[in-house]
Ligand binder design. Structure first.
Ligand SMILES: Cc1ncc(COP(=O)(O)O)c(C=O)c1O
Length: 481
């Protein structure tokens, strides 16, 4: 490290308390001050650089400092910095809500459209999801918040409050999936089932009902992902028969349970889940905070199940990874349940100071414009196919129990015993060894326990993918020594 970089690291460790970190680790793990970011790369103050293979916690969608996003931010700064969104509004919040309603899943979209539908005044481009536009939107209202966890809080509260406004106050519980992650504020943590984050705070949390995840890694021997999904739907049905009367909603991370270890499931689970929610008259909350905006190969993961949720939670990639912003999309039916004379006491009196910040909304509009104007999702398909070829040899590794991919998310599951899938004990911190190896070799990998994963920015090149997988594979060997 250069003198200045080490000085910054020391100053940081004297005053900053870092997220998701045992600060004691930094007695041996160097703190890395970043000076600049460009495309897929982070540049350190010490002259080194790292490929951001995890898109900085899955936020940096297109690549760091995408020129169109940066230009929009600069332009917006000369107009309005911020204005409270109660009683006031602004063009970016309006336009973004219009655009989100326009592109949100409609149930009729054919999975596989390679671009966003064109704006009404634009000629339709090849591969655009024009079919979707023929179906009227079901998600017609946008409630803004300012980060992913807040969006989950909004969705949970809206669902509960909806039933209460309808005179169904006995509906107080939520149904969540095992292995799911929805954030770390108390409501979001309540519906999260990752022990590392939940265990300590359990006495403070709501008590949801956890239904078994359709995670294909946990399929029975010889059982296909689709068969596993059907079996899990059967188990969910049994839970709903007992608990639907006291429940508000089922919450799900569509297609990939990310923080729970990049566990993936068959899209038919979503289709069946929607049908069950309809049958038992429950809301369906789709948390696409991590998987939205093309991560799973379609603009929204819900499209692959052909479904429209009652609440769609979005954040992270929404602003291209530049600023915190989140949005909860919901239906006219939900909106109407809150619409009454003030004295009826039905209003949703929930707010965050930076709700719908204009600069963040402009960043989101620029990000969506790139997805609309450029064949990003099409390019991602070619990149994903390339990634598959590079990952293929790892299937035979003696300590790799699974290699899986959905869209631009890929994961390698390490196991002590490949045959029985017995995991390495968490205390051995094998993933941390991969992380250290990555940093020493110009790669930001941040394994989730025994799962080494990739969620790179969409601007990554095939050559960078080669290097990413190479460093990860070396790191796995180092971690197993
Ligand atoms: C699926 C999902 N939901 C919610 C969240 C919480 O978002 P935030 O970290 O912005 O609070 C995350 C964050 O990783 C997430 O992956």
């Amino acid at each position: 490290m250069t003198l200045y970089a080490s000085e910054l690291a020391a100053r940081d460790l004297a005053v900053v308390w870092h997220p998701c970190t045992q600060m004691h680790d930094h007695e041996t793990l160097p703190m890395l001050p970043i000076a600049r970011a460009e495309g897929a790369w982070l540049y350190g103050h010490d002259g080194r650089r790292w490929l951001d293979a995890v898109s900085s916690w899955w936020t940096c969608l297109l690549g760091h400092r995408h020129p169109r996003v940066v230009a929009a931010l600069k332009d917006q700064l000369d107009r309005i910095d911020h204005v409270m969104l109660a009683g006031f509004t602004h063009e970016p919040a309006i336009q973004l809500a219009e655009e989100l309603v326009r592109i949100a899943p409609r149930g009729g979209r054919k999975a596989g459209a390679s671009r966003l539908p064109p704006l009404p005044h634009e000629p339709s481009s090849v591969g655009a999801a024009s079919a979707a536009i023929d179906v009227p939107p079901t998600l017609t209202r946008v409630f803004y918040a300012d980060n992913g966890s807040s969006a989950i809080e909004v969705a949970l509260k809206l669902s509960f409050h909806y039933w209460r406004n309808l005179g169904r106050g006995e509906r107080t519980r939520f149904i969540a999936l095992t292995g799911g992650y929805h954030g770390e504020t108390l409501g979001a943590l309540s519906v999260t089932d990752v022990a590392l984050y939940r265990h300590t705070y359990a006495p403070l949390l709501l008590e949801p009902i956890f239904a078994p995840s359709p995670d294909a890694y946990e399929a029975a021997p010889g059982e296909s992902a689709a068969a596993c999904a059907q079996r899990r739907l059967g188990e969910l049905r049994a839970i709903l028969e007992c608990h639907a009367h006291e429940s508000c909603a089922v919450i799900v991370e569509p297609l990939v349970q990310c923080a729970g270890g990049m566990r993936m499931h068959d899209a038919s689970y979503l289709t069946g889940l929607r049908a069950l929610c309809d049958e038992f008259d429950l809301h369906l909350i789709a948390d696409e905070i991590a998987v939205g905006f093309g991560r799973t190969g379609t603009l929204f993961a819900c499209e692959q199940g052909g479904i429209v949720p009652d609440f769609l939670c979005l954040s992270k990639g929404l602003t291209g990874g530049t600023l915190p912003l989140s949005a909860v999309l919901t239906t006219t039916r939900v909106y109407d349940a809150f619409y009454a004379e003030y004295s009826a006491g039905k209003a949703f009196l929930h707010s965050h100071s930076y709700t719908g910040n204009p600069i963040a909304c402009r960043a989101a509009l620029a990000t969506l414009a790139v997805l609309r104007d450029e064949p990003v999702l099409e390019r991602n398909r070619a990149l994903a196919a390339h990634l598959d070829t590079r990952l293929a040899p790892l299937v035979d590794h003696p300590h790799v129990a699974d290699v899986r991919r959905t869209g631009m998310i890929a994961a390698i599951e390490l196991a002590k015993d490949k045959r029985t899938r017995e995991p390495f004990p968490a205390a051995e911190r094998r993933g941390l060894r991969v992380y250290r190896h990555g940093l020493a070799n110009g790669m930001l990998l941040r394994p989730l326990g025994n799962v080494v994963y990739f969620m790179p920015p969409y601007c990554i090149t095939p050559e960078e993918i080669d290097r990413m997988v190479e460093v990860a594979a070396e790191g796995i060997d180092v971690a197993l020594r």
